[in-house]
Write a protein that binds this ligand. Structure first.
Ligand code: UDP
Length: 491
């Protein structure tokens, strides 16, 4: 039967923040009865995915070889999970090695005599090189950007317009953005502040972004109603449809099977949350790759006590240490902190990895102090949880800007080593979580946004939401291209 279905080949970059939305999208596509998905990745990720997929899933998993030691990376590096922060750029650049291997894989799939050639290839935003491969085989190619429209538009404009600011001024504007839209030098990563654009990672990122213009279409993990400006940027630049099909989110159930060891069992976490009053808990996490400085960890610890709020905090070693190593509470937290928190029952410290979606969807949680990676943002918004933004890298600074404009976020810090003071931070926590005018308004607004998202993904005929319609348009475009190339083949 599978042969009569249209095959869609998907390949994300090898990091949780990319694999998670790709897997969510694969599961969505798979639910449409006419499509089957082949999910391609390095052996390590494919093995992890084998245990995470629902039993009834028919997603076809395919490994492609990748020898990390060839690129100066630790042996058997298959994703960023246990990679030191300073090697992430090398890992990213080494992913170029997947290009010939992936080309061979597509060629094999096309020449398999028993099946139709793939209908479409969906690649990661970092794998725009596929725009050179897909046309060779007459296959429709879409890039799926797991980032948000606005954040990624800023990121894209920054890299494509180096040098982009007058170094004497702390403020700058970006071409293709409204004059009034001011950015600050603190919203740039260290590399963006320093680079003249000639170093290898800058060249890689620029080539990757230029490659976007050659893809047949762009899919974005966002929602039209909340991300108009960013979508407009890409539509204008690329001159082809850009389809917001988000949010592609993995359910807590799928994650629970994901084999990724959480620092706390989801049931234990839920039990703890069950004992807390409605909207009384702050959740704190900086995602899968980021952490803050040792002094900021100390300030945050004190702020949490001073605010008097309940909290769950995913603790990672400070910036400069291996973030995958054990968190040494005695060294990095105030003396006796762990014991006091435990005795008071007010806080949970979770090592390394928390069941984030379970936490955010619990009724006791009302705010999320986050680095504002786009998956975390979408997860919070979909659960109606207000955000306290502390961006660390990449496009996170601009995600926060968008979220503040929407009225669902207050920025509390910028970068890993900014100087955050505990008393200021405690006041911001109170501002967001207490019955202040700002807090009430933010919570009202984030529930409005949650409802907009629910509406956007409605798939029922007659009341289809914007994201569901965008997904239909994307699949129809791929089918049309297939029909036309079949016609040409028979003429
Ligand atoms: N995540 C999680 N538990 C953690 C940390 C992260 O489940 O303790 C998940 C989170 O729910 C999100 C992803 O990992 O889906 C992180 O992606 P995001 O884009 O937010 O940030 P990144 O890690 O890519 O910087």
């Amino acid at each position: 039967m599978a042969e009569s279905k249209q095959r869609i080949v998907m390949i994300p970059f090898m990091a949780q923040g990319h694999i998670i939305p790709f897997l969510a999208l694969a599961l969505q596509l798979q639910q449409r009865k006419d499509y089957m998905v082949t999910f391609v990745n390095t052996p390590l990720n494919i093995q992890e995915l084998r245990s995470s997929l629902p039993q009834d899933s028919s997603i076809h998993l395919l490994e492609i070889p990748f020898n990390s030691s060839d690129y100066g990376l630790p042996p058997n590096t298959g994703n960023t999970d246990s990679l030191p922060y300073d090697l992430i750029a090398t890992f990213l650049q080494s992913s170029l090695a997947l290009k010939p291997v992936f080309r061979k894989l597509i060629s094999d799939l096309v020449h398999e005599s028993c099946c139709q050639p793939p209908l479409c290839i969906i690649t990661d935003m970092f794998f725009s090189w596929c725009a050179e491969i897909a046309p060779e085989f007459g296959i429709f190619h879409a890039i799926f950007c797991g980032g948000g429209g606005y954040g990624f538009a800023c990121f894209s404009s920054l890299w494509l317009n180096l040098p982009h600011r007058n170094t004497d001024s702390e403020e700058f504007t970006l071409p293709d953005f409204p004059e009034a839209s001011k950015f600050h030098v603190t919203q740039l990563t260290e590399l963006l502040r320093k680079t003249d654009g000639k170093d290898s990672i800058s060249v890689f990122l620029r080539n990757m972004l230029v490659g976007w213009y050659n893809a047949d279409r762009i899919l974005m993990n966002t929602v039209e109603e909340i991300d108009k400006l960013g979508l407009m940027y890409f539509r204008k630049k690329i001159g082809r449809p850009v389809w917001p099909i988000g949010p592609a989110l993995l359910s807590a159930r799928t994650r629970a099977r994901a084999g990724k060891e959480t620092g706390i069992a989801p049931e234990v976490c839920k039990k703890w949350l069950d004992t807390k009053p409605l909207n009384s808990v702050l959740y704190i996490s900086f995602g899968s790759q980021n952490t803050v400085s040792a002094s900021n960890i100390m300030q945050l610890a004190m702020a949490l006590v001073a605010s008097g709020k309940n909290f769950i905090w995913v603790v990672r070693p400070p910036f400069g240490f291996d973030i995958n190593s054990e968190f040494k509470a005695k060294e990095w937290l105030p003396e006796g902190y762990e014991e006091r928190i435990k005795d008071s029952g007010r806080g949970l410290l979770v090592q390394k990895w928390a069941p984030q979606v379970e936490i955010l969807s619990h009724r006791s949680v009302s705010a999320f102090l986050s680095h504002c990676g786009w998956n975390s943002v979408l997860e919070a918004l979909s659960c109606g949880v207000a955000i306290m933004g502390w961006p660390q890298a990449a496009e996170q600074f601009y995600n926060v800007k968008l979220l503040e404009e929407i009225g669902v976020c207050v920025e509390v810090g910028r970068g890993k080593t900014c100087e955050v003071r505990h008393d200021v931070l405690a006041r911001k926590i109170e501002l967001v979580m207490n019955e202040t005018e700002k807090g009430i308004e933010m919570r009202r607004r984030v529930c409005e946004v949650r409802d907009m998202i629910k509406k956007a993904i409605k798939a029922e005929e007659g009341c289809k939401g914007s994201s569901a319609k965008a997904m239909d348009e994307f699949l129809n475009a791929a089918l049309l291209m297939r029909k036309e190339s079949n016609k040409m083949g028979t003429n």
